[in-house]
Design a protein around this ligand. Structure first.
Ligand SMILES: [Zn+2]
Length: 669
């Protein structure tokens, strides 16, 4: 049982061998943390825990009934959490970040009510309405992020200055929510506190923390939870909500699939609703089945498998993005995966892909299967990393696979609802915890290391008095050569499992292994082999390849991939484009050339891809519309694009241009 937010501390990124990951981390530490801190200050978030009135509190909500400032607690909390991770791992002092963390902690402590309550909106703006709208108003979501911030803070500062008020707040929540007759039988509309409470329980061992998490998870979707009715129905009625009053993000009154609360989790057949909520909830479910034996583990495990498969097989974009529907920021019908908003929708929120990574990591711990790690890596290098600019000061919320005039491929400086930018910050803070996991047995003096993602990094594990170190050196994801060195194993039986990605067409290891059997995506290097071969090299050729979505998506498109990276075309390299590449046809039998691109363009020395003489354009004869003749539909006009240039989707929109971009290009038949 481990959490990447805990284990990342065992990983370092030596400056002598920089990598994509260490460069992205370097950008966050050098630019993003301070940039976001300044935005928190400029927008009023930083001082909000002083509990003074802010002019924006009287703004009309962009989306009824959610006040625009409702998430401020969590914006601050996520920044705090990320800042603490970086302070833990980066060398040297950082007075500005450190000072801000300390000041924020004092403000948060001062914002707590005598009974333990801790929330900006319901203390300053609507104090009489606390816990009256769990469905919409994010009180418990904010609490969850504050708990996660407190866990990171206590780890770095080795004090309880932030933990203390949060534990007190959880005491109040424990009294307020539960199965007792005087308690509310509710649970958060936006899950987050469940996974935070389980992490808190790991630190405190306090059974109340586990029990409350378990209650929120198992009570969710109970059709008769409060007075024989659904909790959200009873709650809405108590608020005097009109029969036809429905938030814009809900399809209709009582459509609680938006919150994954339409039925108990173990009865849910398909993944539905708001995608970030779904990922945070299922991450907590995975944690619960790992830690709690009384819960119906088997049913929850089956639900996890079922919902994961439904998501990956039928509701995930080529980039790892999830959520086609803008209205509810979430999942559509099976196989409904349009590329952009002028083609029916595409949302793929950055936070949702971060959530997929969280869930995949937990599922890997339950069942070491490379299919989870493949998705985790796909999300990281595409749907997540596209969320931040090269300089680390611009961000995305929505990550469409094709731009349109309405939604150009452009990042923004910030958002009113700013969940995504600080989420990327904190993820990169503890990304080391995703690269590998390990199990130690002090009595047997043994360790098992499972390498999930390749990069340049060093893992250091204590086994009794010994320290085992595993170093990987690689220019991943640009180069598939990984040099691994194991140290300190003379007294410790060390076994390694190396992930062989599902997309790999081949791989080699040297010195050679007696058995090259790959089980569920992992190659085992036995302890006796490693004793004689502490230095070894894995080679996974990274050849460009064409990929396409499931035919049932009715997306007759092809995209370029290389290793874990998905590529796109941008107008910057293909300046002739004037229709977001909508009419472009691509011949998937074409040869693909690689070309090195300069770091100063996109913050990363990258490999671009070029295809020559394979592009053509649709030129439809509409004279008999709506009937197109098969012949006219395939008619081509002279290409204006002898060369098509592709860049990794993660690096898009860093070089200017007019914002035309596309991942999947219509396949030429
Ligand atoms: Zn977000």
């Amino acid at each position: 049982m481990s959490y990447p937010q805990i284990t990342f501390i065992h990983t370092s990124f030596p400056s002598s061998s920089p990598s994509f990951i260490s460069r992205r981390r370097g950008v966050v530490y050098a630019n993003t943390l301070l940039y976001q801190l300044n935005v928190l200050k400029e927008t009023g978030r930083y001082d909000a825990f002083k509990l003074k009135w802010h002019d924006s509190y009287s703004d009309k909500p962009n989306v009824w009934p959610v006040p625009n400032h409702l998430f401020w607690d969590s914006d601050v909390a996520k920044w705090l959490e990320g800042a603490c991770y970086f302070l833990m791992t980066e060398e040297g002092e950082n007075e500005e970040i450190d000072g801000a963390v300390k000041e924020l902690v004092q403000m948060i402590r001062g914002a707590q009510g005598e009974d333990g309550y801790l929330n900006i909106h319901f203390t300053v703006v609507e104090p009489a309405k606390r816990f009256t709208n769990l469905r919409d108003l994010h009180e418990l979501y904010n609490a969850g992020h504050l708990i996660e911030a407190a866990l990171a803070h206590s780890r770095h500062y080795q004090n309880d200055l932030l933990m203390e008020p949060l534990v007190k707040y959880v005491d109040l929540l424990y009294e307020t929510f539960g199965p007792g007759p005087a308690q509310k039988h509710g649970y958060p509309g936006h899950p987050e506190i469940e996974l935070a409470l389980l992490r808190l329980y790991e630190k405190t061992g306090n059974p109340k923390h586990l029990s409350l998490a378990q209650y929120f998870i198992t009570e969710r979707g109970n059709p008769t939870g409060q007075y024989g009715r659904h909790y959200y129905d009873v709650e809405a009625e108590a608020r005097g909500e009109g029969e036809h009053q429905v938030p814009a993000y809900m399809e209709s009154k009582g459509a609680y699939w938006y919150h994954q609360a339409h039925k108990p989790i173990i009865e849910q057949e398909t993944i539905e609703g708001h995608s970030v909520r779904a990922m945070y909830l299922l991450t907590a479910v995975a944690d619960l089945v790992r830690v709690e034996s009384k819960t119906d583990r088997d049913s929850y495990r089956k639900a996890l498998q079922r919902l994961w498969s439904n998501m990956v097989d039928k509701k995930m974009y080529l980039t790892g993005g999830i959520g086609a529907m803008g209205q509810w920021e979430g999942f559509g019908l099976d196989y409904f995966l349009p590329s952009g908003s002028d083609e029916g929708g595409c949302y793929a929120e950055t936070c949702a892909a971060i959530g997929v990574m969280m869930l995949a990591e937990r599922l890997l711990q339950i069942d070491l299967d490379g299919k989870f790690a493949d998705i985790m890596e796909l999300c990281f290098y595409n749907a997540v990393m596209t969320g931040m600019s090269a300089k680390g000061t611009q961000f995305t919320y929505v990550n469409q696979l094709a731009s349109s005039d309405k939604h150009l491929s452009q990042r923004a400086k910030w958002f009113t609802c700013a969940c995504c930018p600080p989420n990327v910050t904190r993820l990169l803070g503890y990304i080391g915890g995703y690269l590998w996991s390990f199990d130690t047995d002090e009595q047997k003096k043994s360790v098992l290391v499972k390498v999930h993602m390749y990069s340049s990094a060093q893992l250091s594990i204590s086994v009794g008095k010994d320290t085992v170190e595993l170093e990987q050196k690689s220019n991943w994801p640009w180069n598939g050569k990984i040099e691994l060195t194991l140290r300190g194993i003379s007294e410790v039986a060390t076994t390694i499992k190396l992930r062989i990605p599902g997309w790999a067409e081949g791989w080699e290891i040297s010195p050679s292994l007696p058995s090259k059997h790959v089980e569920k995506g992992y190659l085992t290097l036995p302890a006796d082999w490693l004793k004689h071969n502490p230095k070894f090299e894995l080679n996974i050729p990274l050849k460009p390849r064409f990929v396409s979505p499931h035919p049932y998506t009715n997306q007759d498109i092809v995209a370029l991939a290389r290793g874990p990276l998905i590529y796109c075309v941008e107008d910057f390299d293909n300046s002739w484009v004037d229709d977001h590449f909508k009419s472009l046809l691509l011949d998937p039998t074409a040869a693909i050339e690689e070309k090195e691109g300069a770091a100063d363009e996109v913050g990363e020395p990258y490999i671009g891809l070029t295809i020559r003489n394979a592009a053509s354009f649709i030129d439809v004869d509409k004279s008999h519309a709506p009937h197109m003749s098969l012949k006219s539909a395939t008619q081509e006009k002279a290409s204006g694009a002898d060369e098509l240039h592709f860049i990794p989707y993660a690096l898009r929109d860093n070089r200017g241009g007019k914002g035309h971009m596309r991942v999947g290009i219509r396949r030429k038949r």
